[in-house]
Ligand binder design. Structure first.
Ligand code: ADP
Ligand code: MG
Length: 685
């Protein structure tokens, strides 16, 4: 259906090509984008007082008459003073360098002003550089004012103006898209009311009503989209694996004793595998908690039952590292393990694929290469994905359809809050490995300001290197367009190599290098041929070099805390004490708090919860990382109750109309696919 909402934002009065371009920077391209560009917060300017009621430092709106206007010039500052009054008293409005005030307002005018009250020593009442406007227009004073995220060249007033012009334009309608049945049953307000009040709430009550509706629909669309992509929640018959004698032998050959938590997770997996129901389980364990051995045991059980297993890793480096550890693990068994990645030659790959199809290979390890069309299994029985949040929801699905119904195990070090897990996986079972193998020393973490950087490298880091230990230095990805004062990985590499550490071997690793180059650098680091490895976050997950004892993160303020925790998990993997230093370049309170959390705790779950607490709503962390579309208003922690209702509704709708083909669901379907398009999921609805 054609809708004006799809029109370019330039259609709106007052938006020319230049302004449009600037709005594009905020991801506002169409009229629809604009009306869904919700404010970050609101400032309540609706409260009005009389002059005699004013209290020092309060922010308030007053309605006054202008009695006298004067202008003065001190040095380079133009000062305009309006003497104003109402029927209860008088006050002084002082403006600095705002010449237009004198030309805009006249003695005798009635105006509304909003600003911070200053009560002077002589009890005179003043407001400095306040908002001032004619009473009749009522634009920036006397209302609950929306406060938007801005970009260069676009002011809050610009956005307010654009939205107002959209709302005032009589030919733009916002058609309802939720089925009327749902609106009635769940007592939701209509979309027109909701959108208008999301920008210009006529009262706090109405803002709440509008928010509820928008949060509800966001959760509903997200859940429906996931159902459509993944085919809903299915309980299907699976393979019933039997535990064999040989598996016990493999268990006994492990060179260490499993922790209590590992044993528990392993037993839960064995139970799932032996049941007729197919397994759908998430194993969540902090970095270094020993998830790999649990995966290896599960795959051993699968292979010993005559089925094939697949293990999918998010990066090539990781796949190779796992491959080596699997070869070692299965060296005294008949279980045959192979690897296939993007850099496997065609000839090798052809051969591996042939062997997979004939059933000659028991366990295949790989990256995305595993989900190619041409990979065919003889009898795939178990699929394990490692650090799954790096795969899109759909990619993950692809591997499990390579056989009728293999068991599925997902390993993750990112603490996924229960609610998020519920959204992502529906009825997924979760095993938690909440214990580290014995003898691990906690990683000592300190955060330092950038100005202490040079000193830190010269003293502390050199001291650690002198013990024969190795060091990681991780830098954020910097886009070339960014003019911020952030060092790129190349710059840091050059500086460390040629200035700070002339006598040491410094290596460089980043995502743009060829896979073979990355391997080479990683191999050199493992062989202790490199002392300091400067890299981007390509080393984030799973890399295991026990002799590396120092993790340094440059511009740490630019990372998510969960990510910093992952990075920190690269050290502390051997018996030596390990350190992590976060170098930050920001004086904001939020940065200090976040760095403080990293210093205080080594518990990944606590860290991600705290991180969420500090970052406000709207800036919801991690949904993208989990392959979910961005949420504009809904917050998985704050709005759990609404989430539950929306999930229930999604389930009902999906059960009744899985392809959303019914007429009443048509408009909703468009919205669901629009939401998922933004993360590149084509729902082929
Ligand atoms: P992650 O959970 O981060 O994937 P890994 O499986 O890579 O952790 O394990 C980290 C290290 O701990 C490996 O070197 C592994 O051999 C070792 N490890 C695992 N479990 C135990 C255990 N129960 N006792 C001692 N060391 C263990
Ligand atoms: Mg791992």
């Amino acid at each position: 259906m054609y809708s004006l909402l799809n029109e370019n934002i330039q259609y709106i009065k007052g938006v020319g090509p230049k302004k449009a371009e600037k709005m594009n920077k905020l991801n506002i391209y169409t009229i629809r984008d604009a009306i869904y560009y919700f404010p970050r917060q609101f400032e309540d300017r609706s409260k009005e007082k009389k002059i005699f009621q004013l209290v020092d430092t309060e922010k308030i709106t007053v309605r006054v008459k202008i009695d006298r206007i004067t202008g003065n010039k001190f040095k380079k500052i133009n000062m305009t003073i309006l003497y104003v009054s109402d029927d209860t008293g008088s006050a002084k409005l002082v403006f600095f360098n705002r010449n237009y005030i004198k030309n805009t307002f006249r003695v005798g005018d009635i105006v509304k002003v909003f600003g911070t009250v200053k009560i002077m020593d002589n009890s005179a009442i003043e407001m400095h550089n306040c908002e001032i406007e004619y009473d009749r227009v009522d634009k920036n004073t006397g209302i609950i004012l929306p406060v938007y995220n801005l970009s260069k060249g676009i002011s809050n007033k610009d956005i307010m103006g654009v939205i107002r012009n959209i709302f005032d334009s009589s030919d733009i309608k916002i058609p309802e898209y939720l089925p009327s049945k749902i609106i009635t049953q769940y007592n939701l307000t209509d979309i027109e009311f909701a959108i208008r009040n999301m920008h210009f709430p006529t009262s706090k009550e109405n803002l709440k009503i509008a928010m509820y509706r928008m949060i509800f629909e966001e959760f509903l669309f997200m859940q429906l989209g996931l159902f459509v992509i993944k085919g809903g929640i299915k309980i299907v018959e699976g393979i019933s694996f039997k535990k064999s004698e040989e598996l016990s032998l493999i268990e006994q050959s492990i060179p260490f004793k499993l922790t209590r938590a590992q044993k528990k997770a392993y037993n839960e997996i064995l139970e799932d595998m032996s049941s007729k129901k197919s397994m759908n389980r998430l194993v969540q364990g902090d970095v270094g908690s020993g998830k790999t051995v649990v995966a290896q045991l599960a795959l051993a059980n699968c292979a010993l039952n005559g089925y094939q297993g697949a293990y999918m890793a998010p990066t090539e480096i990781l796949a190779k590292q796992h491959y080596e550890s699997f070869i070692e693990f299965f060296k005294d068994t008949k279980i045959k393990v192979k690897i296939i990645t993007g850099s496997t030659t065609k000839k090798q790959a052809d051969r591996i694929l042939e062997e997979l199809e004939s059933g000659n290979i028991d366990i295949i390890i790989g990256t995305h290469a595993l989900i190619q069309e041409r990979v065919v299994f003889k009898n795939l029985g178990l699929v394990i994905t490692d650090e799954q949040h790096r795969f899109g929801v759909k990619q993950r699905g692809k591997l499990s359809v390579k056989s009728s119904n293999p068991d599925v195990l997902v390993m993750s070090a990112t603490p996924i809050p229960r609610t998020l897990a519920l959204i992502l996986y529906g009825d997924l079972d979760i095993s938690i490995i909440d214990e580290l193998p014995p003898g691990r020393k906690p990683i000592e973490t300190i955060a330092i300001e950038k100005r202490k950087r040079e000193d830190f490298y010269n003293k502390k880091v050199k001291e650690e290197l002198s013990k024969g230990h190795q060091v990681y230095v991780v830098c954020p990805l910097v886009e070339e367009s960014e003019v911020l004062d952030v060092l790129s990985v190349e710059e840091v590499y050059e500086q460390l190599k040629h200035e700070f550490f002339k006598d040491y071997r410094v290596g460089l690793l980043h995502g743009k290098m060829k896979a073979s180059e990355k391997d080479e650098v990683m191999e050199l680091f493992k062989q202790k041929e490199i002392d300091i490895l400067v890299s981007t976050t390509v080393i984030e997950v799973g890399v295991n070099v026990p002799n590396a004892t120092y993790m340094i993160v440059e511009n740490a303020e630019r990372f998510g805390l969960a990510q910093l925790h992952q990075l920190r998990g690269r050290v502390g993997r051997g018996s030596d004490k390990s350190y992590c230093t976060l170098i930050y370049d920001s004086k904001t309170e939020v940065t200090k708090q976040r760095m403080g959390i990293m210093e205080e705790t080594n518990d990944g779950f606590k860290i991600s919860e705290k991180d969420l607490e500090i970052r406000g709503p709207g800036d919801f962390f991690g949904t993208r990382q989990h392959g979910l579309p961005e949420l504009r208003v809904a917050n998985l922690f704050k709005h759990i109750k609404i989430l539950r209702v929306a999930q229930k509704v999604a389930r009902e709708i999906y059960a009744d109309d899985p392809a959303l083909m019914k007429k009443e669901n048509h408009q909703m379907k468009l919205n669901v696919s629009r939401m998922f398009e933004s993360i590149g999921e084509n729902m082929s609805l």
